[in-house]
Design a protein around this ligand. Structure first.
Ligand code: NDP
Length: 336
């Protein structure tokens, strides 16, 4: 098994909390370098996380022959340039969501990876959750008949440690839609195996986000099959709990505590026969994502969420923002 040596572009919370460990959990995964725009931060982060090399320049990290793949978890406005530079340097790219701030940029990132022949994935962690994979399988097995409607409850309280660019920096791609709704978009697409076509939405600023940024949103989305879905995402609601429901002609899937980074949650299948708790083989979401990414590098299968999945979730996120801004029903642009 050939080693996959990772460079981190962005010395971030998410890498420290989840992704470094997920890389190291792979039998052939190593973290060999980290880059931040601040050398002091890169160096202290490298020491704290036992990473051998620190850089303050993307070009220098990408010039390293020790790096096979990069994980991009910088702020959102930087993803585009960094991903394209990485792909052109021949590195595989796992990029955080939203891929970019415009669809044009996101599509260019996917095209660059394709041209360079490298693997590209989007780190939509939720489709790696056993709960969501179990729901998708139950629908495929016909256990709820024809899906008609879905509801996503993803209103949370943004921890103080994350109340930075997300709530005060539109240029960095802040706001709850690009942070949370894009995850809902990917999870709905994955669980339903369907594509969104149009959306209506209302956003709010309930007291946390500043300036023009939204910290709450409710949207309704029509999918290709005719299914309609509603989403509620927020940074300011501490006690709602999360959930995901899919209602069909023959039954309903009622999942609780599943819109989370943790491998937790429950699913009840409700039909004429009564309630059945579905068994879920919980596993760390990021470990699952990295396993599929390493397999894709080895030529087997695809990343859990591909670059195109990232484009499509961004397309829905941007349509939600446009619908809220205009008050119109907005069509969701196609992926590539
Ligand atoms: P952070 O705020 O922790 O880090 C983002 C960037 O901020 C860093 O790359 C760094 O920029 C800069 N930064 C952070 N701390 C310092 C510091 N002490 N000194 C100097 N610079 C600092 O971001 P998050 O981890 O919250 O999010 C990063 C990305 O990951 C985003 O795209 C976000 O949407 C995504 N994300 C995805 C999640 C998932 O589960 N899929 C969960 C959370 C976030 P630089 O490197 O340029 O110097």
């Amino acid at each position: 098994m050939i080693d996959v040596r990772w460079g981190l572009i962005g010395a971030s919370n998410i890498a420290r909390q989840y992704v470094i460990d997920a890389i190291r959990s792979q039998p052939n995964g190593q973290v060999v370098a980290v880059m931040s725009s601040s050398m002091d931060h890169a160096k202290s982060y490298a020491v704290e996380n036992d990473i051998p090399a620190a850089y303050d320049d993307v070009g220098a990290l990408l010039a390293s022959h020790n790096v096979d793949a990069v994980y991009i978890s910088s702020t959102n406005e930087k993803h585009h340039d960094q991903a394209i530079a990485a792909a052109r340097a021949g590195k595989h790219v796992l990029c955080e969501k939203p891929l970019a701030l415009t669809l044009e940029d996101a599509r260019a990132m996917v095209a660059a990876a394709h041209e360079a022949g490298v693997v590209m994935g989007t780190n939509h962690h939720l489709r790696n959750a056993a709960a969501h994979r179990t729901m998708r399988q139950a629908i495929k097995d016909g256990r709820i008949g024809r899906p008609i409607a879905a509801r996503v409850f993803h209103a949370v309280y943004l921890p103080e440690s994350l109340q930075g660019w997300r709530i005060d920096n539109p240029a960095a791609g802040g706001g709850v839609v690009l942070d949370i709704s894009v995850h809902d978009a990917d999870t709905l697409r994955f669980v339903l195996d369907d594509e969104p076509e149009e959306v209506v939405a209302l956003t709010q600023s309930a007291g946390m986000a500043h300036g023009a940024l939204e910290d709450g949103v409710m949207a309704a989305i029509r999918f290709r099959s005719g299914l309609i879905a509603q989403i509620h995402d927020s940074f300011t609601v501490p006690y709602a709990g999360t959930g995901f429901e899919v209602h069909g002609t023959e039954g309903s899937l009622i999942a609780r505590d599943v819109m989370t980074q943790q491998p937790i949650g429950t699913i009840v299948l409700r039909t004429a026969a009564g309630d059945e708790a579905l068994e879920i083989a919980h596993e760390n979401l990021y470990v699952h994502a990295l396993r599929l990414f390493h397999s894709a590098i080895a030529g087997e299968g695809e990343p859990a969420a591909t670059g195109e999945d990232g484009v499509r979730s961004l397309a829905l996120g941007l349509a939600v923002l446009e619908a809220a801004r205009t008050g119109h029903v907005v069509p969701v642009e196609p992926g590539l």
